[in-house]
Design a protein around this ligand. Structure first.
Ligand code: TEU
Ligand code: CA
Length: 594
């Protein structure tokens, strides 16, 4: 079988398909929580500038900044009131220019967050738009009269409640898929598109290297804005099929590409909830002229039910299925992004690893599992030192509007099991990942000299950058090694992925293949000690093992000679992972090439 896939492999590293953004590692900075330079408790641009050497040292190539534009912060900056300026709390445009220059001087690149599905309700466009029905900006947003004294349709917003807000100024409703302070822009209006393209061009001409595009698959809404089919009693229902992946969104993205993106050598990643691989091939297909890649969410949904608060344990077999489908379906036709956490998700180490008993081992295993897949890896700030979910004792310690809306909605609709809801919140709240970066063991983890805007995780004396840098066995040093390996070995970027032992309930194992080079990745996802059996026929098409012992490239445990792959099997320690090179241009001798 290996022989077959070696022969059939389209040369995925053919120069035409090589791109810097495929080879890069991206690091997401959540500016509010990264580093505070002036003691107001809020991270800022000068703070980021002061840590650029740290990021360079880690080896990352690209920084993505969550929004730093002026914003009333109804949703932590994802409600933008001015697209061409920097929020006072984060600094000035001069600070931004200094940051960009500092990033470039170190050979790194910078992505901005582009939030253009909606604006803030304080954006001048919206203030104009709501002022009267014949205002020239009226059509920048989506206004409708009510229906029988109620909302124009039954869509529910992402953050509970109706997706419509009544405005008595003109006796109509406006659409907002997120909070009511985030009205959706009307992309059907060509003037809106012109404004956005001009603004993007302005940033790109400043020299930024691309965009992460917020809910970009939501730009087009289904014609007529039909009601979503409702089952049961709920007044408002999730209507994603009418505002996500509506075909016309591709016209907008292709137009954006033609008019803006194609003129620069940049990277774009679309945030696209509710996409399948079929959608992704449209957004990120090599020949589609839309985006470089998208963030998919299927693996983030494995521990949820009808909504994310409906928690259940994730299963490894399902994780394998989802990840493998993305690897296989996109292979050679589109490019994957790889992430396990971001500012909207709980910490991966707490979610998929064991942050109590095996924090270091499981953090390294998860990193290995992810960085060895095909795609562009994203590291979320703090992941590289093994930061974990936060335990907030009290609802008032949360800062996220999503939590407050959820609580209000559920309490109002008569949720009886508030204990269960509180538990779900502790597992899934976005604030889990938004606590301040832990730099050292001084007060507030060295993040601020003032009072942080959100509580610092009390584990900072153990988990912090300073400690990680001095401990050679730290999660940080492991990430640095993984990133360095990627620079040396094109197989990590371009090699084809093949799942093996698909039904093993504890081990996630796969191969990567590039030309005649084959790597084997073995990850134990649990604290048990399963035996890994090398599926000899599958890998070698022969019954004998090669004479040269396979080379161990990286592992999260010290090498144990009594448990090496040369025996054809070995016992994995808790959360152990190993990456082996099985062949290297010696394929012919091993009977691998024809
Ligand atoms: O997120 C949109 C999105 O699809 C989700 O990740 C969503 O926030 C999550 O499911 C809620 O639980 C983007 C931003 O990343 C997020 O921070 C913003 O709140 C949202 O858009 C609105 O701009
Ligand atoms: Ca500050």
């Amino acid at each position: 079988m290996l022989q077959t896939f070696l022969r059939d492999q389209p040369e995925n590293n053919d120069p035409a398909k090589r791109q810097w953004w495929k080879e890069a590692v991206v690091y997401q900075v959540y500016p509010r929580s990264f580093m505070d330079s002036n003691g107001d408790g809020i991270g800022d641009l000068k703070g980021i500038i002061s840590r650029l050497d740290y990021l360079k040292d880690l080896g990352v190539d690209v920084l993505w900044l969550s929004p730093v534009y002026p914003s009333p912060n109804a949703d932590n900056g994802y409600d933008v009131s001015n697209y061409r300026a920097i929020a006072d709390e984060f600094g000035t445009m001069d600070d931004f220019d200094e940051l960009l220059a500092g990033v470039h001087r170190r050979g790194m690149k910078l992505l901005m967050d582009l939030v253009v599905n909606h604006t803030s309700d304080q954006h001048p466009w919206f203030l104009q738009s709501r002022s009267s029905k014949d205002n020239p900006y009226r059509d920048y947003y989506i206004w409708r009269p009510g229906k029988n004294g109620q909302e124009p349709n039954n869509w529910q917003s992402y953050f509970s409640c109706s997706a419509w807000e009544y405005d008595d100024m003109t006796d109509e409703y406006y659409l907002h898929l997120f909070t009511r302070h985030q009205p959706d822009l009307n992309w059907e209006n060509p003037k809106v598109r012109d404004e956005i393209y001009d603004m993007m061009t302005w940033w790109l001409d400043k020299g930024i290297d691309g965009f992460r595009m917020d809910v970009i698959n939501g730009l087009a809404k289904a014609p007529g804005l039909p009601d979503a089919p409702s089952h049961g009693q709920r007044r408002y229902v999730w209507g994603g099929e009418f505002f996500l992946n509506v075909p016309r969104v591709h016209d907008y993205l292709q137009e954006m590409h033609r008019r803006v993106l194609s003129k620069y050598d940049i990277m774009t990643v679309g945030e696209t909830g509710f996409v399948t691989t079929e959608h992704a091939k449209l957004y990120a297909g090599e020949d589609r002229n839309e985006l470089s890649m998208v963030f998919q969410f299927e693996h983030m949904g494995l521990d949820g039910g009808e909504d994310k608060w409906d928690c259940k344990p994730w299963s490894l077999l399902e994780l394998k299925k989802v990840m493998s489908q993305w690897q296989n379906d996109l292979y050679g036709v589109a490019w994957n992004s790889l992430y396990l956490t971001n500012h909207d998700q709980p910490r991966a180490l707490s979610r998929f690893g064991d942050d109590r008993n095996y924090p270091v081992e499981s953090a390294k295993m998860l990193a290995t599992f992810l960085h060895l897949q095909q795609g562009t890896p994203f590291i979320y700030q703090g992941e590289e030192i093994g930061m974990t979910n936060m335990i907030f004792d009290n609802l008032v310690d949360y800062r996220d509007v999503e939590i407050f809306n959820l609580w209000r909605d559920r309490a109002e609709t008569g949720e009886t099991d508030l204990g269960r809801l509180m538990h779900a919140i502790s597992l899934k709240a976005r604030d889990n990942a938004r606590t301040p970066m832990q730099w050292d063991d001084s007060a507030h983890a060295g993040f601020t000299r003032g009072v942080p805007w959100i509580k610092v995780n009390p584990n900072y004396p153990q988990v912090n950058v300073q400690r990680s840098l001095t401990d050679d066995n730290s999660v940080w040093h492991y990430y640095r090694k993984l990133i360095a390996l990627r620079k040396k070995h094109p197989i990590m970027v371009y090699g084809k992925y093949d799942l093996i032992l698909a039904d093993h309930p504890e081990i996630y194992a796969y191969t990567r293949t590039l030309g005649s080079e084959v790597w084997l990745v073995v990850c134990n996802f649990f604290a048990n000690t399963p035996v890994f059996e090398l599926p000899i026929d599958l890998l070698y098409g022969a019954t004998d093992l090669p004479e040269d012992p396979p080379e161990l490239i990286i592992s999260n445990y010290p090498e144990d000679a009594s448990q090496s792959l040369s025996q054809g099997h070995f016992t994995l320690r808790p959360y152990e992972c190993r990456v082996y090179r099985l062949t290297s241009g010696r394929g012919a001798r091993l009977g691998l090439a024809n």
